[in-house]
Design a protein. Structure first.
Length: 431
């Protein structure tokens, strides 16, 4: 094994970055968002989605500025350390790990659910744990192979969603979307649906963790990010309308395969296109699962280089040039979390981590404009500081929404912060 600190190979271009950006997120179109229907209904969920879309559009402009100015596998960790020192780095690192370690188990359970839907003998847990083994192995083979695989499955998953929109679009009924009660829990329901609307975009920031493997970060990262956010906005709004507009929305709540169910309503459960939707739907889940596992392993690799987690996780294989220890650690943690069976809790914990990332990153871009005006910024966020400020406000609103709706999960999050802060102070900062 090579020594810690060796460089990752630079093999990625803008098309790969688009695939990573969309691939990390696209599973959110296939499941997870529909849990929010129980609180807001289609209209309330739609309003929550529009607010979250505004959050991510504002966020991604400022985040792209950081990613090109400070291209580092640690992503938010590196940005926060530059802006706020060691404690900012700690908060960003813990938040990123919560997001990227606990999103894959939720997606793995959805993969298991999709497979079980077609092959009842295949247990959900068995398939989910097997996914960590299989895609961890693909990730270990090298970034070029992993990124090419991500490009292929993301392109197919995006095509499938376009096909789903084409088949269901003519059958969409505004009356179904606006059926009474339009807001089943009133304004409170819209507020409570926000964490599930975030699932449409969760993980987008993970592209920054591949920055050290990009051939030309200054040029390629902006192209990949901006193309990615444009694609994801289109897919999120299309999924919401074309699913809730073709069947009673209450039948979609807490279903880990809502799109095949909606298509079966338009066509039939036995129609060839319905079967195709199930099989290709797996590609969307696989794209996100594989992409986020890739991002999580790079985050662990970057933190290991700083001795924040065991330095052995920063070792690269001498020929594959991949951080095998970080990939294995990501798979083990994810597999154990998968067996909890708590998909909604895993989603909420991952969302809390993401909101921490968004908050500290937007604060970092504002601070660095003041403290380091001469820092080279190949991409500068337009209308700064307003996009960052808007993203900060919407992040705060989203965090309050999670806190009100899931106080127990917030308690877990607070406990993780407390324990890691104590360890970080003892082992990294010192007395």
């Amino acid at each position: 094994m090579s020594a810690p600190g060796d460089a990752l190979p630079r093999t990625l271009g803008p098309v790969h970055l688009w695939a990573i950006a969309v691939g990390m997120v696209i599973s959110g179109d296939y499941f997870g968002w529909n849990y929010g229907l129980a609180r807001g209904g289609p209209v309330g969920m739609g309003l929550a989605t529009l607010m979250v879309t505004a959050l991510y559009v504002c966020f991604i402009f400022s985040y792209t500025e950081l990613s090109t100015a400070i291209p580092h596998a640690g992503g938010p960790f590196a940005f926060a350390r530059r802006a706020f020192g060691p404690w900012g780095a700690w908060f960003a690192a813990v938040s990123t790990l919560l997001e990227f370690l606990f999103a894959p188990p939720a997606i793995a359970r959805a993969i298991g659910s999709y497979v079980h839907f077609r092959v009842p003998a295949a247990g959900v847990n068995t398939v989910a744990v097997g996914a960590f083994v299989l895609f961890g192995a693909i990730n270990a083979l090298g970034v070029s192979i992993a990124a090419t695989f991500e490009l292929l499955v993301t392109a197919l998953a995006t095509f499938e969603l376009g096909l789903f929109f084409t088949l269901t679009g003519p059958h969409v009924s505004l009356a179904r979307i606006t059926a009474q009660p339009m807001f089943p829990e009133g304004a409170t329901g819209v507020f409570a649906a926000i964490p599930f609307a975030i699932w449409f975009y969760l993980g987008l920031e993970g592209v920054a963790m591949s920055a050290e493997e990009v051939r030309d970060p200054k040029r390629d990262i902006p192209r990949g990010y901006l193309a990615g956010i444009a694609t994801l906005v289109t897919l999120a709004l299309g999924t919401l309308v074309c699913t809730t507009g073709v069947m009673p929305w209450r039948a979609l709540v807490e279903d880990d395969s809502p799109l095949p169910r909606a298509l079966a309503t338009v066509l039939s459960p036995g129609h060839p296109m319905t079967h195709l939707m199930v099989y290709l739907g797996l590609l969307g889940l696989i794209a996100s699962f594989h992409g986020i596992v890739m991002g999580a392993s790079r985050q662990l690799y970057a933190l290991a280089r700083e001795s924040i987690v065991p330095p052995a996780l920063a070792r690269l294989h001498p020929t594959l040039r991949t951080p095998l220890g970080s990939i294995a650690a990501t798979a083990v943690v994810g597999a154990v979390a998968t067996l909890s069976g708590k998909t909604d809790a895993l989603i909420t914990l991952s969302v809390l981590g993401a909101l921490g990332v968004y908050g500290v990153s937007m604060a970092a871009v504002i601070r660095l404009r003041h403290t380091e005006p001469a820092l080279e910024r190949p991409f500068r966020a337009p209308l700064h500081p307003w996009p960052a400020r808007v993203a900060l406000v919407l992040t705060a609103v989203s965090a309050v929404s999670v806190g009100v709706g899931s106080p127990a999960i917030v308690g877990v999050w607070a406990a993780v912060l407390a324990v890691t802060a104590w360890v970080y102070r003892a082992k990294v900062i010192g007395p």
